[in-house]
Design a protein around this ligand. Structure first.
Ligand code: SAM
Length: 487
C-alpha cells in the first residue's frame, strides 16, 4: 500500500463532499484524523494506491459503492445500553404510562430510534416498554442509521462488555445469552426491531412507519451544522403524533430552541411534545426552567421528580394542582421607568450597566432580540468591566450563531472573573463552534472543575436555571462526544 503526503486541499474537498452527502460537518474535521481513518478504510478494501484513491474521492462524484466505503470515516459508533437512565425513568414512569392509557383502542405504539448506531438504544427501548407490560399491544420500533455495518451489528444483537457500562441489576441475564466473551440478545427479542438504513440529511422518515409516538435522536444532531440539525428537527416534528414526544440528547437542547421549539428536561434528555408549534427562535437555554416545566405541566399530568430542579420548580411540581407560571416576588419595573432611571446623572456606571442588563433581559423574554443586543452592548460600553454584561452579550452571540464574536466576548468575561462557571461553559461551546477544539476542551474542563464540589442540585447563575449536575453532564458530553473540530 503506497501513501505519500496528501495535500490538505484534497482532504478538505473530501470533507465538503461528506458534508453535502451525509450532513456531517463536525466529524473528523482535523485533516490528520480523517487521513488516518481513510487510510485504514483503504487497507480494509485492499486498495494499493491510497493517494490516488483519495484524489479520486476528492475529484469524482461518489457512487453508491464509494459512499458506503467512506461512511465509517465520518460516523462515530459511541453508544451503550441505558445511556440516559433518568430519561428512561421519565419514559417509563410518565410518558409510556400515559400513552398506554390513551392507546387502549388502537393498542399500538410506534417509535423511531434515529441514529441508532449498533442498536443499544433501540433494544433498550424495547426492553423498557416490555417491562411496562402493555397487554396485547403491538410495539413497533424502527431504528435507522447511515452506517450499514452498525446496522448489521445491531441485527446480530451481539455486544461486548463495553456496551453495559451503565449497570442495572439482572439486565444482562434477563435479555441476553452469554456467548464466548459476548452477550447476545435473546432470539425472542432480536426480530422485534426493524433496523433500516436511512440518511437523515434527506429529511425523510423511514418509509411506511410514521407517524410516531416517540422519536429518539440522541447524540446525533451535534455532528450536523446548526441549519441542517434544525431542518431535521422540523422533519421529526412533522412526523410525530400530537401527544407524541421527540427526545433529544442534552447537548442538543439548544438546537431544539434554535429551531423554535420549546421543550422541557425529561431526566437527562430534552423533550418536545408533538403538538408544539415552532415559534421564532429563542435564546434557548437562557429560558428559565421553571417556565418550561410549567408550560409542559399545563398540558400533562403531574410529573414525578427526575432530576434536581430549582426550588421554584420543585415547589411547583410538588403542588397537587397544576402550577401556574411562577410570579416574580416584586412587581416588574416598567420599561419606561427603567429607561427614565438611566437618565439620572447621580447613578454610577455599575448601576447604569445593571439597568441596561435588566432592559436586555426584558427584551429577550419578549423575544425582541435586536433590542436585547443593543441594551447589552450599551451595558458593556458604559462599564466594560461588567462581567455579567460580557457574559450575557457572549451568550447572545452564541445563540444567534455568531460563534467568533461569542468566543471573544466570553473570553473577556472569563478574564474578568475566572471562576464564573457559565462563562467557561458557554466559552467552551463557542470555541467548539468556531473550530478551536483544544481551547474548547480546556474551557469545559475548567467548568467541570468549578462545579465538581457543588451540590448537584445547585442552580448555576445565568444558565437558564441549569443545575450544577446538569452543567457537569453537558460539559462531559461536549468533551467526550467525539466531535473534533479543526483547531
Ligand atoms: C454517537 S452515535 C449515537 C447513538 C445513539 N443514538 C446513542 O445516543 O447512544 C451517532 C450515530 O449517528 C449516525 N449518523 C450520523 N450521521 C447520520 C446521518 N446522516 N443519517 C443517519 N444517521 C447518521 C452515526 O452513524 C452514529 O451511529
Amino acid at each position: 500500500m503506497k501513501t505519500n503526503t496528501v495535500p490538505r486541499d484534497t482532504l478538505r474537498q473530501i470533507q465538503s463532499k461528506a458534508k453535502e452527502q451525509f450532513g456531517l460537518s463536525a466529524v473528523s474535521s482535523r485533516p490528520a484524523e480523517l487521513y488516518r481513518k481513510l487510510v485504514w478504510i483503504a487497507k480494509q478494501q485492499h486498495i494499493e494506491e491510497v493517494d490516488e484513491w483519495l484524489h479520486m474521492l476528492a475529484q469524482q462524484p461518489w457512487t453508491e459503492n464509494l459512499r458506503e466505503q467512506v461512511i465509517p470515516a465520518f460516523t462515530v459508533g459511541e453508544t451503550y445500553f441505558r445511556r440516559d437512565p433518568n430519561a428512561s425513568e421519565w419514559l417509563a414512569k410518565t410518558f409510556f404510562r400515559q400513552l398506554i392509557a390513551k392507546r387502549q383502542q388502537s393498542k399500538r405504539i410506534d417509535c423511531w430510534s434515529a441514529g441508532c448506531c449498533t442498536g443499544e438504544e433501540a433494544y433498550g427501548l424495547l426492553f423498557l416498554i416490555n417491562e411496562l407490560q402493555p397487554a396485547d399491544f403491538s410495539v413497533n420500533i424502527v431504528a435507522t442509521d447511515l452506517n450499514r455495518e452498525f446496522l448489521r451489528q445491531a441485527r446480530a444483537g451481539r455486544y461486548r462488555q463495553g456496551s453495559f457500562r451503565s449497570p442495572a441489576p439482572d439486565f444482562q441475564e434477563r435479555y441476553f445469552a452469554a456467548e464466548d466473551n459476548d452477550w447476545v440478545v435473546l432470539e425472542k427479542w432480536r426480530n422485534r426491531i426493524q433496523f433500516e438504513p436511512l440518511n437523515l440529511i434527506e429529511y425523510k422518515p423511514p418509509l411506511g412507519h410514521a407517524p410516531f409516538d416517540l422519536i429518539l435522536c440522541r447524540n446525533v444532531l451535534m455532528y450536523f451544522s446548526q441549519d441542517d440539525a434544525c431542518k431535521i428537527i422540523h422533519m421529526y416534528m412533522r412526523n410525530l403524533r400530537d401527544d407524541g414526544v421527540l427526545l433529544l440528547g442534552a447537548v442538543d437542547a439548544s438546537l431544539a430552541a434554535t429551531a423554535g421549539y420549546h421543550g422541557f428536561w425529561a431526566g437527562d434528555n430534552y423533550a418536545v411534545w408533538g403538538k408544539t408549534d415552532a415559534s421564532n427562535p429563542r435564546l434557548s437555554l437562557t429560558e428559565p426552567l421553571s417556565e418550561i416545566s410549567n408550560q409542559v405541566l399545563s398540558s400533562a399530568e403531574p410529573t414525578p421528580k427526575i432530576r434536581p430542579l430549582s426550588k421554584t420548580t420543585e415547589a411547583a411540581l410538588a403542588s397537587p394542582k397544576r402550577p401556574s407560571v411562577a410570579k416574580p416576588t416584586q412587581a416588574p419595573v416598567p420599561t419606561a421607568n427603567l429607561q427614565q432611571q438611566l437618565e439620572n446623572p447621580a447613578l454610577s456606571r455599575a448601576e447604569k450597566a445593571s439597568i441596561c442588563i435588566e432592559l436586555a433581559q426584558k427584551s429577550q423574554r419578549e423575544n425582541r432580540l435586536d433590542e436585547a443586543l443593543s441594551w447589552l452592548t450599551e451595558a458593556v460600553s458604559i462599564q466594560p468591566l461588567n462581567v455579567r454584561g460580557q457574559l450575557l452579550l457572549g451568550q447572545h452571540y452564541l445563540f444567534t450563531q455568531q460563534a467568533t464574536l461569542a468566543a471573544d466576548t466570553l473570553h473577556k468575561a472569563i478574564y474578568l472573573d475566572d471562576r464564573n462557571i457559565a462563562a467557561h461553559f458557554y466559552y467552551g461551546q463557542a470555541c467548539q463552534q468556531c473550530g478551536r477544539a483544544a481551547t474548547a476542551i480546556k474551557a469545559l474542563q475548567q467548568c467541570l472543575k468549578l462545579v465538581q464540589d457543588l451540590d448537584t442540585a445547585k442552580v448555576i447563575e445565568d444558565t437558564g436555571e441549569l443545575s450544577a449536575g446538569h452543567i457537569q453532564k453537558l460539559a462531559e458530553q461536549l468533551i467526550h462526544s467525539g466531535v473534533t473540530y479543526a483547531d
